[in-house]
Design a protein around this ligand. Structure first.
Ligand code: SAM
Length: 290
């Protein structure tokens, strides 16, 4: 089998959500590590409430978690999604991930769901949340270790301040996850998905496979750096291969210890009410203090 690099575009990318190929690659990659999401917004829903019930998935990516929450709620006879005032919002900075969410996650008709381009650092700018105190978030998620993308100085605290500003006092909950392998207490047993060398066939682009090579990670201070090359390869019918793109990815992730994160939560007026440790990630359930 020959592999030629002619016509290859070398793409230097900070993250791996930054093209239609990479958006599909993320879904194929994550399906190998994330169990179906076990979060359930139904427990937090009070049908007698006079406020709209708002579910916000920050860093929604391709909508895996948000669509799971919508479908979970649809199966519950207690929740009348068409009649109750319930809104689902998926927020992300990557237009490619949002396009994939809209394209691949069917939302039943009549369910208020929007895919919104925006930042975790500016939750108050989400159009739905501009109504001030009358419109607060009841159930917020930042899944799959996405918070670690807030790696520059002060960003984790800035996000937590945004959470505190938009969360429903009392009953509102925010579920924030860290990858076990990235948190600054990672034990040898932690599964690190990034270290897997793999080849994943595209379901969307005929003849395309995604091949990950040269995966490595290092810790510099409080930053965990993942590096890998993701090749987009066209397999021809004669068995030869053509490299269409070589994505040289370098992802910087914030690596806090559980104690450091707890300190930031405390300083921003929130408190941790539960810790859910799973195989690959750990969720912290947060509420407003007081
Ligand atoms: C690990 S993926 C998680 C995707 C999805 N929530 C899931 O569980 O499959 C992290 C996502 O966070 C997004 N992201 C990174 N920085 C962000 C920011 N500042 N604001 C909003 N989204 C961000 C990325 O574009 C990516 O889609």
């Amino acid at each position: 089998m020959s592999c030629t690099a002619t016509e290859t575009q070398i793409q230097e990318r900070e993250d791996f959500y930054d093209s239609p190929y990479l958006a599909e690659h993320y879904d194929l990659f994550s399906a190998r590590f994330w169990e179906p999401e076990r979060l359930d917004a139904r427990k937090a829903h009070d049908p007698t409430s006079t406020h709209p019930f708002i579910v916000l998935d920050v860093g929604t990516g391709s909508g895996r978690v948000l669509s799971g929450l919508v479908l979970g709620a649809c199966q519950d006879a207690q929740v009348d999604l068409a009649d109750d005032d319930i809104e689902f919002v998926g927020l992300d900075v990557s237009p490619h991930m949002l396009s994939r969410a809209a394209e691949t996650r069917p939302i039943p008709r009549g369910i208020c769901t929007s895919w919104v381009l925006g930042s975790a650092l500016d939750l108050r700018a989400i159009p739905l949340l501009k109504g001030g105190d009358a419109v607060k978030v009841d159930f917020l998620v930042f899944a799959a270790g996405g918070i670690a993308h807030l790696v520059d100085a002060g960003q984790t605290e800035a996000f937590l301040r945004e959470v505190a500003a938009v969360l429903q006092p009392g009953s509102g909950r925010a579920f924030v996850s860290f990858m076990n392998a990235v948190m600054d207490s990672a034990d040898e047993e932690s599964i690190d998905p990034v270290k897997e060398q793999q080849e994943l066939p595209s379901g969307k682009f005929p003849g395309i496979v995604y091949r990950t090579i040269n995966a490595s990670s290092e810790i510099v201070g409080k930053t965990h750096i993942d590096r890998r090359d993701i090749l987009v390869i066209k397999k021809e019918t004669d068995g030869s291969e053509r490299v269409l793109e070589r994505n040289t990815i370098s992802t910087r992730l914030a690596s806090w210890s559980p104690e450091e994160f707890a300190g930031m939560v405390q300083a921003t007026g929130l408190e941790i009410v539960d810790t859910i440790k799973e195989r690959v990630e750990t969720y912290y359930a947060l509420k407003l203090r007081g």
